[in-house]
Design a binder for this molecule. Structure first.
Ligand code: LLP
Length: 463
């Protein structure tokens, strides 16, 4: 899914028909800072360190596979987003990318809000003390029980995703005697340039209410007619892992057009628009993500310009980055188990995790990079496929990459940029135990989500 489509590398190039892999870096020992968390570096012995702690120590203390997350990087990214958007906008971290109680506390301390999309995420947020008014509740099929909990907790906004939900939320709010703040999620008809499964603004999909055919205008009409709902704005999320701002611009323009129509029809200027998340990160050296201040400027320029031409007051903007905050802050550490060279083809490197800790490669054809991190090596690069230990030939973690030819069982390798949608999409396939998340800050490492145990598996199995 990264945009890289580079010429074949020097080894085995003749047999690579897919052609979607990067040529090896001039020196495989050099870590490309674009894809690694900020405090990652190599120590004098060549071992990778995170926050000053060598991976061998991390592996010894916490085991493998494990996700290691750079807390200072996470916090810095939160601040960068908050600073870029400034006091007249709101940044909601999308909890689906990765959520835990520690994360909720960091968000609070760094002044971010939180977008949740299930009862489980809402519980985690509230349990860790996130003030309810700083929570946005999303989802295309929130259950009645979830809506009740969100209303009772007093969440700052519920994002209405369907006509049924308008009525459902209104009814629940009325029965609780509250006026619930809501936004309406619209689909603006943009084809985002990303994988089909994570594009969400074209009309032929389950999310949102289409702007086309006046459906969104009708949703506004119905919402405004209900006393127990306070319509604060319009929401649009066009998809994920997007680099090109063009889709956001079209989306902003169409949402502002709807605001103008609402003003003309109802005499109401809705005060907010939410442009969703979806900003891409670097998974490989070929990806060039934008900085938050660039994104903030591009979005606010377009909204301001469109509002001026429609003679509307500029609404308060909110955004919902998930991956762009947590994605680059973590790597997954694996131990190499078996190595299977296929002469003239590639070498399969099996690690102690796999699709249960990173389903993205199998699901979206996502591209990742990988490095030998327990030592450096001067050996030739060899073309590898990093695979897991599951009973599937599609159990691929990194499809095409280069590692030194002297790689051996017991070496530690790491896959960077696994902070988003890896632990949160992890599974127990083959009764795998989901790995821990270890946060590192100022030379200290601590478990924030512990490793699953076999007792955890058996506890759920009550038959
Ligand atoms: N806001 C809404 C309403 C969303 O649905 C999402 C993601 C976000 C914000 C955050 O998007 P982000 O900035 O993290 O791209 N599992 C897929 C991604 C699915 C995203 C779903 N919604 C993946 O691994 O790429």
């Amino acid at each position: 899914m990264s945009r890289s489509a580079h010429p074949a590398g020097p080894r085995h190039a003749d047999v690579m028909t897919e052609g979607h892999y990067s040529a090896p870096a001039a020196d495989l020992n050099v870590l490309d800072e674009k894809v690694w968390a900020r405090t990652v570096t190599r120590d004098a012995d060549g071992a990778l360190t995170l926050g000053g702690i060598a991976v061998a120590r991390l592996a010894e203390e916490f085991g493998t596979p494990a996700y290691f997350l750079d807390e200072s990087d996470f916090r810095a990214r939160c601040r960068a987003w908050a600073d870029a958007f400034g006091p007249d906008a709101d940044v909601f971290y999308a909890g689906k990318a990765f959520l835990s109680r520690a994360v909720v506390r960091w968000l609070q301390e760094e002044g971010l809000n939180l977008d949740v999309c299930s009862g489980g995420e809402l519980t985690t947020a509230l349990d860790a003390g996130m003030p309810a008014e700083r929570i946005a509740f999303h989802g295309n099929n929130k259950t009645v029980a979830e809506i009740e909990r969100a209303v009772e907790a007093g969440v700052g906004r519920i994002v209405l995703d369907s006509f049924q939900e308008i009525v459902r939320v209104a009814h629940i709010a009325r029965s609780h005697g509250v006026r619930q703040r809501v936004q309406i999620r619209v689909t603006v008809g943009v084809e985002a340039h990303t994988h089909e499964f994570i594009a969400t603004a074209h009309e032929d999909q389950k999310f949102g209410i289409a702007l086309a055919d006046g459906q969104a205008a009708e949703a506004v009409r119905r919402t405004l007619a209900l006393d127990s709902l306070e319509l604060i704005g319009i929401h649009s999320h066009i998809g994920s892992q997007i680099f090109d701002m063009a889709g956001f611009e079209v989306s902003a323009r169409r949402v502002v057009q709807l605001l103008a129509e609402v003003r003309d029809e109802h005499g109401v200027e809705l005060p907010e628009i939410d442009l969703g998340g979806g900003l891409g990160i670097a998974y490989t050296s070929e990806d060039d993500p934008r900085e938050p201040h660039d994104i903030a400027k591009a979005l606010s320029d377009i909204v301001t310009r469109e509002c001026e031409s429609a003679k509307l007051r500029t609404p308060r903007i909110s955004v919902e980055p998930g991956r762009a905050i947590v994605g680059p802050t973590a790597f997954t550490l694996y131990e190499v188990g078996t190595i299977k060279p296929l002469e003239g083809l590639r070498t399969y490197v099996s690690v102690d995790g796999g699709m249960s800790d990173n389903i993205r490669t199998a699901l979206y054809d996502a591209e990742y990079s990988v490095a030998l991190v327990s030592r450096t090596s001067e050996a030739e690069p060899m073309l590898v496929r990093v695979v897991g230990k599951h009973c599937e030939s599609g159990d691929i973690v990194v499809k095409d990459a280069f590692l030194p030819a002297d790689l051996a069982p017991g070496d530690l390798i790491a896959v960077p940029a696994t902070g988003a949608y890896c632990r949160s999409m992890a599974s127990n396939y083959n009764h795998a135990l989901r790995p821990p998340v270890v946060a590192v800050r100022d030379g200290e490492a601590r478990v924030i989500v512990r490793r699953e145990t076999e007792e955890d598996l058996l506890r759920l199995d009550v038959g």
